[in-house]
Design a protein. Structure first.
Length: 347
């Protein structure tokens, strides 16, 4: 055991993972720790989508049969939801090697008061605390606390294609009831982050950190169909039906040969270029020109009659499509590519 500690201390300068509050006691050394908390409702929805999406999760098969509400209440998955962040922060017992999860400590042996107190103590011992909803600001604070430099870029590499679009208010209420401690810690973490940012701006006269990162949120409060004032303005497909269609298409594409999957990814990139409001207007000019050429009378003049005569039209379209996508800002393009891979590549 001591040999492992010595090797880790000599070879590694950073440890990253879900260690709860167990890494320092396990290693027997003092570490500078940073942590990121997330809005409990959004974290719960995201975790549900993750377990259903990842076949290597122990609860993957079970989650396929459960709704989000059932996932929160099922005895095998309940511990993944109930004050999960507070439990992780307050638990010093490492995950047993022969278990897929840790024993949920909110039982007879630990009161919620004890868990909250231990979790608060752990947050205070962190050199910096961030929140997912303010990730760029969090990275500024982390870099300052650890004495590191940061280029300001926030890559977006984890997109949940199967995240629920709409969640019933009753389910949201249930999640809030099950994550009361997490909600308290989250509010305190936001306060700690904002205080640190304010202090940094005062000390260094640093301008505000502006986030252009789009988060994968789930809408949690929308009127029921009968509450819509103008029924004719209601969408043709319900959000639930649209979600099923999107997931069905993605599942079908993931079973296609690699070449067809690559084409689907590229067409999806094209769709994102046109739909995302952050894309500059001039990025859409090439593909607009290509579409105008392809569907204009110019493409119908002689020598385009034969089947292979339209090959040059397709090449023009392909080139314009590539050019439009290539003009997008690199940080957005990284996000779009990650979204395309997550949606269409097999897990």
């Amino acid at each position: 055991m001591h040999a492992v500690k010595d090797i880790c201390q000599r070879k590694y300068s950073v440890f990253s993972g879900h260690f709860m509050d167990a890494l320092e006691p396990k290693m027997g050394i003092s570490l500078q720790t940073i942590t990121v908390l997330r809005d409990p409702v959004q974290r719960t929805i995201s975790n549900y989508a993750h377990v259903r999406r990842d076949p290597y999760q122990p609860w993957h098969e079970l989650a396929q049969k459960l709704t989000l509400r059932e996932f929160c209440q099922h005895p095998d998955t309940r511990e993944l939801i109930e004050n999960y962040q507070a439990v992780c922060l307050s638990t010093r017992t490492p995950t047993p090697e022969n278990s897929t999860t840790f024993a949920h400590p909110l039982g007879a042996s630990r009161s919620t008061t004890d868990v909250l107190s231990a979790a608060r103590d752990r947050l205070e011992r962190c050199v910096a605390v961030g929140v997912t909803e303010q990730l760029p600001e969090s990275l500024v604070v982390f870099a300052d606390a650890l004495g590191l430099s940061w280029n300001g870029v926030v890559p977006f590499e984890n997109v949940a294609y199967n995240r629920p679009i709409l969640v019933e208010e009753t389910t949201i209420g249930l999640i809030r009831e099950m994550t009361t401690l997490d909600a308290i810690l989250y509010r305190e973490a936001v306060g700690m982050l904002e205080a640190r940012i304010a202090a940094l701006k005062t000390e260094t006269n640093r301008p505000d950190v502006i986030s252009e990162r789009r988060h994968s949120y789930t809408r949690i409060a929308e009127p029921a169909d009968e509450q819509i004032e103008n029924p004719s303005a209601a969408p043709l497909l319900s959000p639930k039906m649209r979600s099923r269609i999107y997931m069905g298409i993605a599942k079908t594409v993931r079973e296609w040969p690699p070449t067809l999957r690559a084409i689907a990814r590229y067409l999806y990139l094209f769709l994102l270029v046109f739909r995302d409001p952050r894309v500059k207007w001039y990025c859409r000019i090439p593909i607009a020109f290509g579409a105008a050429y392809f569907f204009s009378p110019i493409s119908l003049i002689p020598n385009h009659v034969a089947l292979f005569g339209r090959l040059d039209d397709f090449l023009v379209m392909a080139f314009c499509l590539w050019l439009s996508i290539d003009l997008v800002a690199p940080i957005l393009l990284t996000e779009f590519r990650a979204a395309a891979v997550a949606r269409f590549e097999p897990s």
